[in-house]
Ligand binder design. Structure first.
Ligand SMILES: Cc1ncc(COP(=O)(O)O)c(C=O)c1O
Length: 383
């Protein structure tokens, strides 16, 4: 198919899924304009209740971004300067920035080749007397393996604070991922599965008291936690964002079903060894990104580009090679994170992607992998 006549296939479509919501958003926007309640207020409170319920949590606190949510969760858990937080190097910068901003040190352990999530087997060796929390990241919408992570945390008296910016709707062992760990953080950045029309975030809390503390911190109230005085700051969520997110939330199931259908189409073209494999019952990935691995990743990317298809390369290099690495420590070998950085490619996925386009993209990938006899397998380490 000629991309000149069909147009390119973009990685995201932020506009088409919004169209069915437009009239409702515009009507509610007008009503917000007339009330003058632009920040926090009723829309934020309702969104907090709806998201907390969807995540199986006692409460949730809306904040200005996913980055603010990470910072607030770390503060409320009492993470302080000099502490260590064990996390994945295969994540977006914000995970590490929040730990560094609070004065603590990220300690990186490797990821699993099957789901690119933090490897529970690598965590315990990285625990030291300074470790205060474990921060798994449910990367690309796939659930991190929470049961062993929570068991390690319990053995060592640590908090589990999960970055679920990419994983609204994701299930672990049949329950929402947000129902695991002490707190989990969400981003409503417009590319996320549950998006706003600007920045926004939320901390979902197993204990409602944690959400109450975040409501203070987000609005300039100083709070003493674990003997340490934390300054408040402006981390408030706008009423307009909350309203737009609520409208999208009402359609989340239908939009997610379309993403799931696209992922199933891709699965039918991509060999199992080259893509996400979920282990265990009741696991559900929400495919914030659909990824596959290929040794000639850049060759496959160029081939898809020739067919008019945009693709994504993520966390290459992973965060232990970024500018903030000086604040971080490696808690073991990071071979799989390095390999993911080199080999992983993401395909377009969103609620408005036509299924025939997904089939066309899948066929290009299948043919490329077959032609180049790509041996990338989850069990086969690269040289
Ligand atoms: C894994 C992860 N953590 C944190 C964030 C930060 O969210 P925000 O952009 O809303 O600050 C993102 C957003 O891209 C993310 O993907």
């Amino acid at each position: 198919m000629d991309p000149q006549t069909t147009g390119r296939v973009g990685r995201y479509d932020l506009v088409t899924p919004m169209i069915p919501c437009k009239d409702e958003i515009m009507a509610k926007f007008e009503s917000i304009l007339t009330t003058g309640n632009f920040i926090l207020g009723e829309e934020v409170r309702l969104l907090e209740q709806e998201v907390a319920a969807a995540c199986g949590c006692a409460d949730a606190a809306g904040v200005s971004s996913g980055s603010s949510a990470l910072y607030a969760a770390l503060a409320v858990a009492g993470v302080k300067a000099g502490d260590e937080v064990i996390t994945s190097p295969y994540t977006f910068d914000a995970t590490v920035e929040a730990i560094v901003l609070i004065g603590a040190h990220p300690v990186f352990v490797d990821v699993r080749p099957t789901d690119l999530n933090i490897d529970p087997e690598a965590i315990e060796a990285a625990v030291t007397p300074r470790t205060r929390a474990i921060m798994p990241v449910h990367i690309f919408g796939a659930p991190a393996d929470m049961a062993p992570i929570e068991a390690i945390a319990a053995r060592h008296g640590l908090d589990v604070l999960a970055d679920m910016a990419q994983a609204f709707g994701t299930l672990y062992a049949g329950r929402p991922v947000g129902a695991h760990g002490r707190m989990s953080t969400l981003s409503f950045y417009p590319t996320k599965n549950l998006p706003g029309i600007g920045d926004g975030g939320m901390v979902v809390c197993r204990d409602a008291a944690d959400a109450d503390v975040i409501r203070k911190l987000r609005a300039h109230q100083a709070v003493t936690l674990g003997g340490r005085l934390h300054t408040g700051w402006n981390m408030r969520l706008d009423a307009i964002q909350a309203m737009a997110i609520r409208v999208r939330h009402a359609r989340f199931g239908a939009e997610q079903a379309d993403r799931d259908a696209v992922a199933r189409i891709y699965d039918s073209f991509v060999p199992a060894a080259n893509r996400l494999r979920l282990v265990g019952d009741g696991m559900k990935c929400t495919y914030h990104q659909y990824w596959l691995r290929c040794r000639d990743r850049d060759g496959l990317r160029a081939e898809l580009d020739r067919h008019g298809v945009d693709t994504g390369v993520y966390y290459d290099p992973p965060l232990h090679r970024h500018a903030l690495a000086g604040y971080c420590r490696q808690g073991g070998e990071l071979r799989e994170a390095e390999r993911a950085g080199r080999e992983v490619l993401t395909l377009p996925i969103h609620a408005a992607l036509p299924f025939d386009q997904a089939r066309r993209i899948g066929a290009v990938v299948r043919d490329f992998l077959a032609r180049t006899a790509d041996p990338a397998g989850n069990e086969v380490p690269s040289p």
